[in-house]
Design a protein around this ligand. Structure first.
Ligand code: ADP
Ligand code: 5GP
Length: 201
């Protein structure tokens, strides 16, 4: 069996990454979103072990010390990290995994895992982005300002990704990501086991 696909999705806060990933999970039964660890406090409705593993800073630092992270970064004032246990074995076993992580983390993964598929989600405009974050109703004014302050810098990194997907209409954005993943699965380099199996018969 060939390895699973590692799909990395980034973009400014409020661009719609979480919404897209949730819809993808409903549509694709061979894909799993990696649950990250964070020191951010849970938002209303977020569930431990489903949205994130919510940790105290000391617990997070201990995991860094124990080399439990594939990557980690400080984002908007909190620690976030991808646990190796969420990803490495799964990929080896042929599972397709999505990481919804920030740009620093994505670039770190790209260094160590260049065969990953890197997708950047774009908002239709900065104004629309702001109203989406405000409309989400989960962040304080201060947090929203902190996140909006980063948008221009973040957009500059889009060129380091393989694909950009404009999240204007949500269904068409999900379809685009779905199509990218399906096309990437068909790359010859990812299908050596299939080719060899046919040669054997
Ligand atoms: P992110 O995970 O990138 O921070 P979210 O997925 O939480 O963003 O989306 C931010 C807000 O924007 C949510 O309230 C979500 O329902 C809304 N949203 C997402 N995509 C769209 C879209 N295409 N059109 C309008 N609203 C959207
Ligand atoms: P939020 O607080 O809105 O859930 O996430 C804030 C930012 O942290 C988003 O850009 C999100 O993609 C990023 N993030 C979430 N999990 C991880 C992770 O495991 N690693 C890194 N580097 N960033 C993450």
């Amino acid at each position: 069996m060939d390895k699973g696909l590692l799909v990395v999705i980034s973009g400014p806060s409020g661009a719609g990454k979480g919404t897209i990933c949730k819809k993808l999970l409903n549509d694709m039964d061979d894909i799993k979103v990696s649950i990250s660890a964070t020191t951010r406090k849970p938002r209303i409705g977020e569930v431990e072990g489903e949205s994130y593993y919510f940790l105290e800073k000391e617990q997070f630092l201990e995991k860094i010390e124990n080399e439990e992270f594939l990557e980690y970064a400080q984002v908007y004032g909190n620690y976030y990290g991808t646990l190796k246990k969420e990803v490495l074995k799964e990929i080896e076993n042929g599972k397709n995994i999505i990481l919804e992580i920030d740009i620093q983390g994505a670039l770190e993964v790209k260094k160590n895992y260049p065969s990953g598929v890197f997708i950047f989600i774009l908002p239709p405009s900065i104004n629309e982005l702001k109203s989406r974050i405000e409309g989400r109703g989960t962040d304080s004014k201060d947090t929203i300002l902190k996140r909006m302050d980063c948008v221009y810098d973040e957009l500059g990194y889009a060129f380091q990704y393989d694909y950009v997907v404009l999240n204007d209409d949500i269904n068409s954005a999900v379809e685009k990501v779905y199509n990218i993943i399906n096309a990437e699965k068909l790359r010859s380099i990812r299908n050596q086991a299939l080719i060899n199996k046919i040669k054997e018969v």
